[in-house]
Design a protein around this ligand. Structure first.
Ligand code: AMP
Length: 486
Protein backbone atom coordinates (compact mmCIF):
# COMPACT_ATOMS: atom_id res chain seq x y z
CA UNK A 1 0.00 0.00 0.00
CA UNK A 2 1.06 3.59 -0.56
CA UNK A 3 1.81 6.39 1.81
CA UNK A 4 -1.03 8.84 2.40
CA UNK A 5 -0.66 12.48 1.43
CA UNK A 6 -1.72 13.65 4.83
CA UNK A 7 0.00 14.09 8.12
CA UNK A 8 -0.86 11.78 10.94
CA UNK A 9 -3.03 13.05 13.76
CA UNK A 10 -1.28 14.94 16.48
CA UNK A 11 -2.52 12.85 19.39
CA UNK A 12 -1.03 9.60 20.45
CA UNK A 13 -3.88 7.16 19.85
CA UNK A 14 -2.61 4.02 18.17
CA UNK A 15 -4.39 1.23 16.34
CA UNK A 16 -3.46 -1.09 19.15
CA UNK A 17 -5.73 0.99 21.43
CA UNK A 18 -8.80 0.27 19.31
CA UNK A 19 -11.18 -2.59 20.07
CA UNK A 20 -10.02 -4.48 16.99
CA UNK A 21 -9.32 -8.14 16.52
CA UNK A 22 -5.63 -9.12 16.71
CA UNK A 23 -5.82 -10.41 13.14
CA UNK A 24 -6.69 -6.92 11.94
CA UNK A 25 -4.10 -5.23 14.15
CA UNK A 26 -1.41 -7.55 12.86
CA UNK A 27 -2.29 -6.75 9.24
CA UNK A 28 -2.30 -3.01 9.96
CA UNK A 29 1.08 -3.24 11.60
CA UNK A 30 2.47 -5.10 8.57
CA UNK A 31 1.08 -2.41 6.32
CA UNK A 32 3.01 0.13 8.38
CA UNK A 33 -0.15 1.76 9.73
CA UNK A 34 0.77 2.71 13.29
CA UNK A 35 -1.70 5.37 14.17
CA UNK A 36 -5.00 6.35 12.60
CA UNK A 37 -5.12 9.28 10.21
CA UNK A 38 -7.59 12.07 10.94
CA UNK A 39 -10.42 10.58 8.88
CA UNK A 40 -9.90 7.19 10.47
CA UNK A 41 -9.80 8.55 13.96
CA UNK A 42 -13.13 10.23 13.37
CA UNK A 43 -14.92 7.40 11.58
CA UNK A 44 -13.69 4.09 12.99
CA UNK A 45 -15.31 4.34 16.45
CA UNK A 46 -18.61 5.48 14.89
CA UNK A 47 -18.68 2.71 12.30
CA UNK A 48 -17.85 0.14 14.96
CA UNK A 49 -20.85 1.60 16.75
CA UNK A 50 -22.96 1.03 13.60
CA UNK A 51 -23.70 4.70 12.87
CA UNK A 52 -24.55 5.98 9.39
CA UNK A 53 -21.96 8.54 8.25
CA UNK A 54 -21.52 11.20 5.60
CA UNK A 55 -17.82 11.89 5.23
CA UNK A 56 -16.39 14.72 3.20
CA UNK A 57 -12.87 13.63 2.49
CA UNK A 58 -10.43 13.58 -0.42
CA UNK A 59 -8.76 10.63 -2.07
CA UNK A 60 -5.40 10.21 -0.41
CA UNK A 61 -6.68 11.08 3.06
CA UNK A 62 -6.78 7.43 4.12
CA UNK A 63 -10.54 7.19 3.60
CA UNK A 64 -10.53 3.62 2.25
CA UNK A 65 -9.02 2.22 5.42
CA UNK A 66 -11.39 4.48 7.38
CA UNK A 67 -14.29 2.30 6.29
CA UNK A 68 -12.43 -0.93 5.49
CA UNK A 69 -10.92 -1.38 8.98
CA UNK A 70 -14.19 -1.30 10.97
CA UNK A 71 -16.08 -3.22 8.29
CA UNK A 72 -13.46 -6.00 8.28
CA UNK A 73 -13.71 -6.05 12.06
CA UNK A 74 -17.48 -6.46 12.01
CA UNK A 75 -17.74 -9.12 9.31
CA UNK A 76 -18.31 -12.67 10.43
CA UNK A 77 -15.67 -14.67 8.54
CA UNK A 78 -17.42 -17.96 9.18
CA UNK A 79 -20.61 -16.84 7.52
CA UNK A 80 -19.97 -17.32 3.80
CA UNK A 81 -22.26 -14.69 2.41
CA UNK A 82 -21.71 -11.11 1.17
CA UNK A 83 -21.92 -8.83 4.21
CA UNK A 84 -20.54 -5.58 2.83
CA UNK A 85 -21.08 -3.85 -0.48
CA UNK A 86 -18.86 -0.96 -1.59
CA UNK A 87 -19.93 0.97 -4.69
CA UNK A 88 -17.27 3.02 -6.48
CA UNK A 89 -17.38 4.99 -9.73
CA UNK A 90 -14.41 3.51 -11.62
CA UNK A 91 -12.82 0.15 -12.32
CA UNK A 92 -9.44 1.31 -11.03
CA UNK A 93 -10.90 2.43 -7.75
CA UNK A 94 -12.87 -0.81 -7.47
CA UNK A 95 -9.68 -2.84 -7.73
CA UNK A 96 -7.80 -0.55 -5.40
CA UNK A 97 -10.49 -0.70 -2.71
CA UNK A 98 -10.85 -4.49 -3.00
CA UNK A 99 -7.06 -4.83 -2.62
CA UNK A 100 -7.13 -2.63 0.47
CA UNK A 101 -9.86 -4.83 1.97
CA UNK A 102 -7.83 -7.95 1.20
CA UNK A 103 -4.70 -6.46 2.78
CA UNK A 104 -6.50 -5.40 5.94
CA UNK A 105 -8.37 -8.69 6.32
CA UNK A 106 -5.37 -10.84 5.35
CA UNK A 107 -5.23 -12.72 8.66
CA UNK A 108 -8.96 -12.82 9.13
CA UNK A 109 -9.12 -14.53 5.73
CA UNK A 110 -12.05 -12.57 4.36
CA UNK A 111 -12.82 -12.96 0.68
CA UNK A 112 -13.13 -9.72 -1.27
CA UNK A 113 -14.27 -9.55 -4.86
CA UNK A 114 -14.03 -6.64 -7.31
CA UNK A 115 -16.78 -6.49 -9.93
CA UNK A 116 -16.67 -4.09 -12.85
CA UNK A 117 -17.69 -3.94 -16.46
CA UNK A 118 -15.80 -5.21 -19.50
CA UNK A 119 -14.96 -8.47 -17.74
CA UNK A 120 -16.92 -11.61 -18.57
CA UNK A 121 -20.15 -11.80 -16.56
CA UNK A 122 -19.88 -15.58 -16.54
CA UNK A 123 -16.51 -15.57 -14.75
CA UNK A 124 -17.79 -13.15 -12.17
CA UNK A 125 -20.97 -15.19 -11.70
CA UNK A 126 -18.86 -18.29 -11.06
CA UNK A 127 -16.77 -16.43 -8.48
CA UNK A 128 -19.90 -15.13 -6.76
CA UNK A 129 -21.45 -18.60 -6.56
CA UNK A 130 -18.48 -20.87 -5.93
CA UNK A 131 -16.20 -18.66 -3.90
CA UNK A 132 -18.77 -16.53 -2.14
CA UNK A 133 -17.10 -13.26 -1.09
CA UNK A 134 -17.66 -11.54 2.25
CA UNK A 135 -17.04 -8.14 0.67
CA UNK A 136 -18.09 -7.01 -2.79
CA UNK A 137 -16.58 -3.88 -4.30
CA UNK A 138 -18.34 -2.96 -7.51
CA UNK A 139 -19.16 -0.30 -10.04
CA UNK A 140 -22.93 0.35 -10.02
CA UNK A 141 -23.61 -0.82 -13.57
CA UNK A 142 -22.02 -4.22 -13.16
CA UNK A 143 -23.45 -4.72 -9.69
CA UNK A 144 -26.92 -4.09 -11.01
CA UNK A 145 -26.37 -6.59 -13.84
CA UNK A 146 -25.56 -9.27 -11.28
CA UNK A 147 -28.55 -8.35 -9.15
CA UNK A 148 -30.91 -8.48 -12.13
CA UNK A 149 -29.47 -11.87 -13.11
CA UNK A 150 -29.87 -13.10 -9.53
CA UNK A 151 -26.18 -13.97 -9.27
CA UNK A 152 -25.69 -12.47 -5.86
CA UNK A 153 -27.17 -12.86 -2.37
CA UNK A 154 -27.96 -9.54 -0.78
CA UNK A 155 -29.94 -10.52 2.31
CA UNK A 156 -26.88 -10.51 4.60
CA UNK A 157 -25.50 -7.13 3.55
CA UNK A 158 -24.91 -5.21 6.77
CA UNK A 159 -22.74 -2.42 5.34
CA UNK A 160 -23.21 -0.29 2.27
CA UNK A 161 -20.46 2.17 1.30
CA UNK A 162 -21.07 4.72 -1.42
CA UNK A 163 -17.53 5.81 -2.25
CA UNK A 164 -16.77 9.00 -4.20
CA UNK A 165 -20.49 9.77 -4.26
CA UNK A 166 -19.98 13.06 -6.11
CA UNK A 167 -18.15 11.32 -8.98
CA UNK A 168 -20.79 8.63 -9.04
CA UNK A 169 -23.54 11.19 -9.59
CA UNK A 170 -21.53 13.13 -12.16
CA UNK A 171 -21.06 9.92 -14.10
CA UNK A 172 -24.81 9.43 -14.18
CA UNK A 173 -25.05 6.41 -11.85
CA UNK A 174 -28.01 7.74 -9.85
CA UNK A 175 -30.56 5.40 -11.38
CA UNK A 176 -28.38 2.34 -10.88
CA UNK A 177 -27.67 3.39 -7.31
CA UNK A 178 -31.40 3.70 -6.63
CA UNK A 179 -32.10 0.30 -8.14
CA UNK A 180 -29.32 -1.39 -6.14
CA UNK A 181 -30.14 0.22 -2.80
CA UNK A 182 -33.80 -0.68 -3.30
CA UNK A 183 -32.79 -4.35 -3.13
CA UNK A 184 -30.64 -4.15 -0.02
CA UNK A 185 -31.82 -4.98 3.49
CA UNK A 186 -33.17 -1.86 5.24
CA UNK A 187 -31.39 -2.88 8.43
CA UNK A 188 -27.84 -1.88 7.53
CA UNK A 189 -25.14 0.72 8.10
CA UNK A 190 -24.79 3.18 5.20
CA UNK A 191 -21.58 5.16 4.76
CA UNK A 192 -21.23 7.86 2.16
CA UNK A 193 -17.81 9.27 1.21
CA UNK A 194 -17.43 12.22 -1.11
CA UNK A 195 -14.72 14.79 -1.87
CA UNK A 196 -17.35 17.48 -2.44
CA UNK A 197 -20.90 17.82 -1.15
CA UNK A 198 -23.15 19.23 -3.87
CA UNK A 199 -26.89 19.33 -3.24
CA UNK A 200 -27.44 16.02 -5.08
CA UNK A 201 -25.12 14.18 -2.71
CA UNK A 202 -26.99 15.57 0.30
CA UNK A 203 -30.26 14.53 -1.34
CA UNK A 204 -28.90 11.03 -1.79
CA UNK A 205 -28.01 10.84 1.87
CA UNK A 206 -31.46 12.01 2.93
CA UNK A 207 -33.01 9.36 0.72
CA UNK A 208 -31.02 6.43 1.99
CA UNK A 209 -29.51 7.14 5.36
CA UNK A 210 -30.67 6.92 8.91
CA UNK A 211 -29.82 10.06 10.93
CA UNK A 212 -26.30 10.15 9.55
CA UNK A 213 -23.51 11.94 11.37
CA UNK A 214 -21.52 14.37 9.26
CA UNK A 215 -17.75 14.42 9.26
CA UNK A 216 -15.62 16.83 7.34
CA UNK A 217 -11.91 16.45 6.77
CA UNK A 218 -10.25 19.60 5.49
CA UNK A 219 -8.25 19.02 2.29
CA UNK A 220 -4.62 18.88 3.33
CA UNK A 221 -3.46 22.02 1.63
CA UNK A 222 -0.43 21.92 3.89
CA UNK A 223 0.95 19.17 1.68
CA UNK A 224 1.10 21.80 -1.02
CA UNK A 225 3.92 23.41 0.91
CA UNK A 226 6.13 20.59 -0.24
CA UNK A 227 5.25 21.28 -3.84
CA UNK A 228 6.90 24.00 -5.83
CA UNK A 229 4.19 25.53 -7.99
CA UNK A 230 4.82 27.65 -11.06
CA UNK A 231 2.94 28.57 -14.20
CA UNK A 232 3.76 29.60 -17.75
CA UNK A 233 1.63 32.00 -19.71
CA UNK A 234 1.50 30.56 -23.20
CA UNK A 235 -0.59 31.02 -26.25
CA UNK A 236 -2.28 27.90 -27.54
CA UNK A 237 -0.03 27.46 -30.56
CA UNK A 238 3.10 27.27 -28.45
CA UNK A 239 1.88 24.88 -25.79
CA UNK A 240 3.35 21.69 -27.23
CA UNK A 241 6.75 23.29 -27.82
CA UNK A 242 6.73 24.57 -24.30
CA UNK A 243 5.86 21.17 -22.84
CA UNK A 244 8.77 19.61 -24.71
CA UNK A 245 11.15 22.28 -23.51
CA UNK A 246 9.96 21.98 -19.94
CA UNK A 247 10.46 18.21 -20.02
CA UNK A 248 13.91 18.57 -21.57
CA UNK A 249 14.95 21.02 -18.93
CA UNK A 250 13.35 19.45 -15.88
CA UNK A 251 14.20 15.83 -16.82
CA UNK A 252 11.40 14.45 -14.60
CA UNK A 253 11.94 11.05 -13.08
CA UNK A 254 8.19 10.52 -13.29
CA UNK A 255 5.67 13.06 -14.54
CA UNK A 256 1.94 13.16 -15.07
CA UNK A 257 0.62 15.58 -17.67
CA UNK A 258 -3.02 16.32 -16.89
CA UNK A 259 -5.43 17.25 -19.68
CA UNK A 260 -9.04 18.37 -19.30
CA UNK A 261 -10.52 16.11 -21.98
CA UNK A 262 -9.94 12.70 -23.54
CA UNK A 263 -9.46 14.35 -26.90
CA UNK A 264 -6.68 16.51 -25.52
CA UNK A 265 -4.98 13.39 -24.15
CA UNK A 266 -5.19 11.66 -27.54
CA UNK A 267 -3.93 14.67 -29.45
CA UNK A 268 -1.05 15.38 -27.13
CA UNK A 269 -0.05 11.73 -27.05
CA UNK A 270 -0.01 11.57 -30.86
CA UNK A 271 2.42 14.48 -30.94
CA UNK A 272 4.64 13.56 -28.02
CA UNK A 273 5.05 9.87 -28.81
CA UNK A 274 6.91 10.81 -31.99
CA UNK A 275 9.26 12.88 -29.89
CA UNK A 276 9.91 10.50 -27.00
CA UNK A 277 9.42 6.79 -26.45
CA UNK A 278 8.86 7.22 -22.76
CA UNK A 279 5.32 8.55 -23.04
CA UNK A 280 2.08 6.73 -22.36
CA UNK A 281 -1.51 7.92 -22.07
CA UNK A 282 -4.70 6.93 -20.25
CA UNK A 283 -8.26 8.16 -20.23
CA UNK A 284 -11.68 6.80 -19.37
CA UNK A 285 -12.55 6.12 -23.02
CA UNK A 286 -9.78 3.54 -23.39
CA UNK A 287 -10.14 -0.18 -23.07
CA UNK A 288 -9.62 -1.21 -19.47
CA UNK A 289 -6.79 -3.68 -20.20
CA UNK A 290 -4.91 -1.06 -22.12
CA UNK A 291 -5.38 1.44 -19.31
CA UNK A 292 -4.09 -1.03 -16.77
CA UNK A 293 -1.15 -1.92 -18.96
CA UNK A 294 -0.16 1.74 -19.39
CA UNK A 295 -0.48 2.48 -15.70
CA UNK A 296 1.69 -0.54 -14.90
CA UNK A 297 4.35 0.68 -17.35
CA UNK A 298 4.28 4.03 -15.60
CA UNK A 299 4.39 2.52 -12.13
CA UNK A 300 7.39 0.41 -13.06
CA UNK A 301 9.12 3.44 -14.51
CA UNK A 302 9.30 1.86 -17.98
CA UNK A 303 7.55 4.93 -19.20
CA UNK A 304 8.35 8.17 -17.44
CA UNK A 305 5.58 10.42 -18.61
CA UNK A 306 1.91 9.67 -18.31
CA UNK A 307 -0.67 11.83 -20.06
CA UNK A 308 -4.03 11.48 -18.32
CA UNK A 309 -7.46 12.89 -17.66
CA UNK A 310 -8.50 13.49 -14.06
CA UNK A 311 -10.91 10.59 -14.19
CA UNK A 312 -8.28 8.08 -15.29
CA UNK A 313 -5.89 9.34 -12.65
CA UNK A 314 -8.38 9.05 -9.78
CA UNK A 315 -7.17 6.52 -7.30
CA UNK A 316 -3.86 6.33 -9.10
CA UNK A 317 -1.23 5.90 -6.42
CA UNK A 318 2.21 5.91 -7.90
CA UNK A 319 5.28 6.48 -5.82
CA UNK A 320 7.95 8.89 -6.87
CA UNK A 321 6.07 11.28 -9.15
CA UNK A 322 8.44 14.23 -9.34
CA UNK A 323 6.42 16.49 -11.63
CA UNK A 324 2.80 17.25 -12.34
CA UNK A 325 2.18 19.30 -15.46
CA UNK A 326 -1.24 20.80 -16.07
CA UNK A 327 -1.61 21.00 -19.82
CA UNK A 328 -4.78 22.97 -19.15
CA UNK A 329 -6.08 24.71 -16.06
CA UNK A 330 -8.58 22.30 -14.47
CA UNK A 331 -12.21 23.35 -14.40
CA UNK A 332 -12.68 22.52 -10.73
CA UNK A 333 -10.42 24.19 -8.19
CA UNK A 334 -10.30 21.16 -5.93
CA UNK A 335 -9.18 19.17 -8.94
CA UNK A 336 -6.00 21.24 -9.04
CA UNK A 337 -5.26 20.23 -5.45
CA UNK A 338 -5.94 16.59 -6.35
CA UNK A 339 -3.70 16.78 -9.38
CA UNK A 340 -0.70 18.38 -7.77
CA UNK A 341 -1.11 16.17 -4.70
CA UNK A 342 0.15 13.29 -6.87
CA UNK A 343 3.61 14.65 -6.32
CA UNK A 344 5.27 15.88 -3.13
CA UNK A 345 4.10 12.89 -1.12
CA UNK A 346 5.29 12.34 2.41
CA UNK A 347 9.04 12.82 2.36
CA UNK A 348 9.47 14.05 -1.19
CA UNK A 349 9.35 17.44 -2.80
CA UNK A 350 7.48 17.83 -6.03
CA UNK A 351 7.05 20.34 -8.81
CA UNK A 352 3.72 21.39 -10.30
CA UNK A 353 3.79 23.33 -13.56
CA UNK A 354 0.65 24.78 -15.09
CA UNK A 355 0.28 26.02 -18.67
CA UNK A 356 -2.14 28.90 -18.83
CA UNK A 357 -3.50 30.16 -22.14
CA UNK A 358 -5.12 33.60 -22.27
CA UNK A 359 -8.70 32.32 -22.14
CA UNK A 360 -7.87 30.35 -18.98
CA UNK A 361 -6.29 33.28 -17.16
CA UNK A 362 -9.42 34.36 -15.30
CA UNK A 363 -10.06 30.81 -14.18
CA UNK A 364 -6.44 30.56 -13.06
CA UNK A 365 -6.74 33.74 -11.00
CA UNK A 366 -9.87 32.34 -9.34
CA UNK A 367 -7.87 29.23 -8.52
CA UNK A 368 -5.17 31.32 -6.86
CA UNK A 369 -7.84 33.00 -4.75
CA UNK A 370 -9.13 29.58 -3.72
CA UNK A 371 -5.60 28.45 -2.82
CA UNK A 372 -4.87 31.79 -1.18
CA UNK A 373 -1.55 31.59 -2.93
CA UNK A 374 -0.12 33.58 -5.79
CA UNK A 375 1.53 31.03 -8.06
CA UNK A 376 4.77 32.46 -9.47
CA UNK A 377 4.98 32.93 -13.22
CA UNK A 378 7.98 31.22 -14.81
CA UNK A 379 7.66 32.95 -18.16
CA UNK A 380 5.39 34.00 -20.99
CA UNK A 381 5.60 32.26 -24.32
CA UNK A 382 3.85 33.81 -27.29
CA UNK A 383 3.74 32.87 -30.96
CA UNK A 384 6.35 35.49 -31.70
CA UNK A 385 8.79 34.41 -28.98
CA UNK A 386 10.80 31.25 -29.24
CA UNK A 387 11.91 31.07 -25.63
CA UNK A 388 9.98 31.75 -22.46
CA UNK A 389 10.42 35.43 -21.76
CA UNK A 390 11.56 36.27 -18.27
CA UNK A 391 8.68 37.80 -16.46
CA UNK A 392 8.92 41.44 -15.52
CA UNK A 393 7.73 42.60 -12.14
CA UNK A 394 4.91 44.41 -13.85
CA UNK A 395 3.58 41.36 -15.61
CA UNK A 396 3.76 39.21 -12.51
CA UNK A 397 2.04 41.76 -10.37
CA UNK A 398 -0.79 42.16 -12.80
CA UNK A 399 -0.55 38.65 -14.13
CA UNK A 400 -2.50 39.56 -17.24
CA UNK A 401 -2.16 38.52 -20.85
CA UNK A 402 -2.64 40.70 -23.83
CA UNK A 403 -6.02 39.55 -25.02
CA UNK A 404 -5.64 41.84 -28.03
CA UNK A 405 -3.81 38.93 -29.66
CA UNK A 406 -7.12 37.16 -29.94
CA UNK A 407 -9.10 37.44 -33.12
CA UNK A 408 -12.30 38.47 -31.38
CA UNK A 409 -13.73 39.65 -28.11
CA UNK A 410 -15.23 37.41 -25.51
CA UNK A 411 -18.98 37.01 -25.13
CA UNK A 412 -21.09 35.20 -22.57
CA UNK A 413 -23.44 32.36 -23.43
CA UNK A 414 -25.97 31.53 -20.75
CA UNK A 415 -27.39 28.03 -20.17
CA UNK A 416 -30.54 27.48 -18.11
CA UNK A 417 -28.94 25.11 -15.59
CA UNK A 418 -26.96 25.94 -12.49
CA UNK A 419 -25.91 24.65 -9.11
CA UNK A 420 -29.39 24.38 -7.62
CA UNK A 421 -31.28 22.89 -10.53
CA UNK A 422 -28.74 20.49 -12.05
CA UNK A 423 -25.65 18.49 -11.22
CA UNK A 424 -23.79 19.69 -14.27
CA UNK A 425 -20.14 20.56 -13.83
CA UNK A 426 -17.95 22.93 -15.80
CA UNK A 427 -16.42 20.03 -17.68
CA UNK A 428 -19.89 18.94 -18.87
CA UNK A 429 -20.51 22.30 -20.52
CA UNK A 430 -17.07 22.39 -22.08
CA UNK A 431 -17.33 18.84 -23.43
CA UNK A 432 -20.81 19.48 -24.80
CA UNK A 433 -19.69 22.67 -26.56
CA UNK A 434 -16.58 21.04 -27.99
CA UNK A 435 -18.47 18.00 -29.19
CA UNK A 436 -21.44 19.80 -30.67
CA UNK A 437 -20.21 23.07 -32.09
CA UNK A 438 -18.30 22.78 -35.29
CA UNK A 439 -14.97 24.59 -35.49
CA UNK A 440 -14.69 25.31 -31.79
CA UNK A 441 -11.59 24.39 -29.77
CA UNK A 442 -10.76 24.54 -26.06
CA UNK A 443 -9.00 27.81 -26.69
CA UNK A 444 -12.30 29.40 -27.69
CA UNK A 445 -13.88 28.52 -24.37
CA UNK A 446 -13.05 30.59 -21.33
CA UNK A 447 -14.39 30.62 -17.80
CA UNK A 448 -17.43 28.54 -16.90
CA UNK A 449 -19.31 30.27 -14.13
CA UNK A 450 -21.93 28.02 -12.52
CA UNK A 451 -24.45 30.18 -10.71
CA UNK A 452 -27.54 29.17 -8.74
CA UNK A 453 -29.88 28.51 -11.65
CA UNK A 454 -27.87 29.39 -14.75
CA UNK A 455 -24.35 28.91 -16.07
CA UNK A 456 -22.41 31.51 -18.03
CA UNK A 457 -19.73 30.32 -20.40
CA UNK A 458 -17.21 32.69 -21.93
CA UNK A 459 -16.82 32.17 -25.66
CA UNK A 460 -14.10 33.85 -27.69
CA UNK A 461 -13.61 34.77 -31.30
CA UNK A 462 -17.23 35.62 -32.02
CA UNK A 463 -18.25 31.97 -31.86
CA UNK A 464 -21.08 32.53 -29.38
CA UNK A 465 -23.72 32.51 -32.14
CA UNK A 466 -22.59 29.07 -33.28
CA UNK A 467 -22.85 27.84 -29.68
CA UNK A 468 -26.35 29.29 -29.21
CA UNK A 469 -27.53 27.82 -32.50
CA UNK A 470 -26.11 24.38 -31.77
CA UNK A 471 -27.79 24.13 -28.36
CA UNK A 472 -31.24 24.80 -29.71
CA UNK A 473 -31.29 21.06 -30.44
CA UNK A 474 -28.17 19.61 -28.83
CA UNK A 475 -28.12 18.52 -25.21
CA UNK A 476 -25.72 19.00 -22.33
CA UNK A 477 -25.23 15.60 -20.68
CA UNK A 478 -28.63 14.42 -21.92
CA UNK A 479 -30.47 17.61 -20.98
CA UNK A 480 -31.94 20.08 -23.44
CA UNK A 481 -31.37 23.55 -21.95
CA UNK A 482 -32.47 27.03 -22.88
CA UNK A 483 -29.52 28.98 -24.15
CA UNK A 484 -29.07 32.67 -24.88
CA UNK A 485 -26.50 35.42 -25.02
CA UNK A 486 -25.51 36.27 -21.43
P1 AMP B 1 -6.89 6.59 0.39
O1 AMP B 1 -7.39 7.94 0.79
O2 AMP B 1 -7.76 5.51 0.86
O3 AMP B 1 -6.61 6.53 -1.08
O4 AMP B 1 -5.48 6.36 1.16
C1 AMP B 1 -4.22 6.81 0.74
C2 AMP B 1 -3.12 5.90 1.23
O5 AMP B 1 -2.93 6.08 2.62
C3 AMP B 1 -3.43 4.43 1.07
O6 AMP B 1 -2.83 3.92 -0.06
C4 AMP B 1 -2.87 3.78 2.33
O7 AMP B 1 -1.76 2.97 2.00
C5 AMP B 1 -2.37 4.89 3.20
N1 AMP B 1 -2.87 4.82 4.59
C6 AMP B 1 -4.14 4.68 4.99
N2 AMP B 1 -4.21 4.70 6.33
C7 AMP B 1 -2.96 4.84 6.80
C8 AMP B 1 -2.38 4.94 8.13
N3 AMP B 1 -3.14 4.92 9.20
N4 AMP B 1 -1.06 5.09 8.22
C9 AMP B 1 -0.29 5.15 7.12
N5 AMP B 1 -0.75 5.07 5.86
C10 AMP B 1 -2.08 4.92 5.69
Amino acid sequence: MKKPNVTETSNTIKFKDYPLDNDIKRALSELGFKQPLEVQEKTIPLILDKKDLIVKSQTGSGKTAAFAIPICEKINAEHESPQALVLTPTRELTEQVANDFSDISKYKALKCLALYGKQPMADQRRELKKNTPHVIVATPGRMLDHIVNKNVRLQDIKFLVIDEADEMLIMGFKEQLDAIIEKLPKERVTLLFSATMPAEVSALSEQYMNHPEQIEIEPQVSNINKIKQVYYGVDGLKKVDLIKRVIEREVPRKAVIFCNTQEQVDNLYEILRKWSNSICAVHGGMDQHLRKEKITLFKRGECRILIATDMAARGLHVQGITHVINYSVPFEQEQYVHRIGRTGRVDQRGIAITMVIPSEMERFRELEKFLEYRIPCKGNVTSTSTKPKAVTEKTTAKGRFKLENRKGQKALVQFSAGRNNSNLKAIDFVSAIRNNVEGITSEDIGRVDIKETVTNVEIFDGKERAVINAFQTKKVKGKLLRVKKG
